[in-house]
Write a protein that binds this ligand. Sequence first.
Ligand code: NAD
Length: 331
Amino acid sequence: MSRFKVTITDLVAPGSHLVERELGESGLDIEVVYLDTRAPEEIIRGAGDADGLIVGDAPINRYVIEHLDRCRVISRYGIGVDRIDLQAAAERGIVVCNVPDYCIEEVSTHAVAFLLYLNRRVDTYHRHVRSGQWSPPPAGLPARLQEQVLGIVGLGNIGKAVVPKAQGLGLCVLAYDPYIAEDAAGTLGIELVGLEELLRRSDYVSLHCPLNEETYHLIGQAELGLMKRSAFLINLARGPIVDQRALCQALTSGTIAGAALDVLEQEPPPVSDPLLQLENVLITPHVASWSKQSLSQLRRETARNVVAVLKGETPRSVANGRELHLPYPKP
Ligand SMILES: NC(=O)c1ccc[n+]([C@@H]2O[C@H](COP(=O)([O-])OP(=O)(O)OC[C@H]3O[C@@H](n4cnc5c(N)ncnc54)[C@H](O)[C@@H]3O)[C@@H](O)[C@H]2O)c1
């Protein structure tokens, strides 16, 4: 039986070392090498002769890919493949896989948790009470959710999962997604609109599109300027979709009322990041996907994608199927 080498560059979620166990139970003879790095030169040194690569947040650009002499599969430990050069991988016949559905539940719930936090300000009241005060409430009166509008940018797996949760709270939902059919929105009971209209009409704007050349800084000064002064921005997709400098300015000047972010342009943020000082921003450390169930599914399927390719089988989700001219871009 052939012996394979699979290199794991970096994995961030708790329990992620258990990916090695999954590989060990595959029935293949696999040597697992764990690098614990995101540095291109170290990845090339440690993975140049690997048959497969498992990647957390390390950037796998064209330069790295061109130095992977034997690699047949790059398996992303997550959904987003924005840090992997899909075209460069395809040119070398490397299949890039991801796990597109492991945390739809968790991220959509995190979006709703952000929305409820921004509306009900439970933490502000809690801190008020703990400081020995009871009334009057320190923040302004919240709006009734049944009279509010949520605008979803990117109506994919996660965006769609947010819809019934928000509707259950009584919100009216709009969506902007240039790649979705009009009737898909109709069956969800929501309205598909242009980005400008969504920004103007929404009380909450929640981002769920992928990061790519088209969506880099999709929300900048001009777009923030279209939003209501009472509106909130929610970002659980990728930090660079929002021009963070413009956001900071908008939050400071009152162009919008507040923001809740699970992702930032730079992660972790430098301590000097002005966003960290603002009272009208809530930040969580890129944990929207986390739950016991989602992470165990992620471990299992990241490993299974590698094993499938090494066995010559079709993996469950190929992220660069289009670039490879395969008939299965997605499951
Ligand atoms: N915070 C986290 O922990 C976390 C976890 C999982 C995913 N994510 C991010 O969430 C993103 C969305 O995940 P998903 O599973 O819903 O992906 P998905 O591919 O199912 O959906 C993305 C949607 O965005 C749409 N889209 C593409 N370009 C667009 C544009 N320019 N404007 C508006 N919409 C556009 C697509 O048509 C698609 O419907 C991922 O790409 C990932 O970056 C974050």
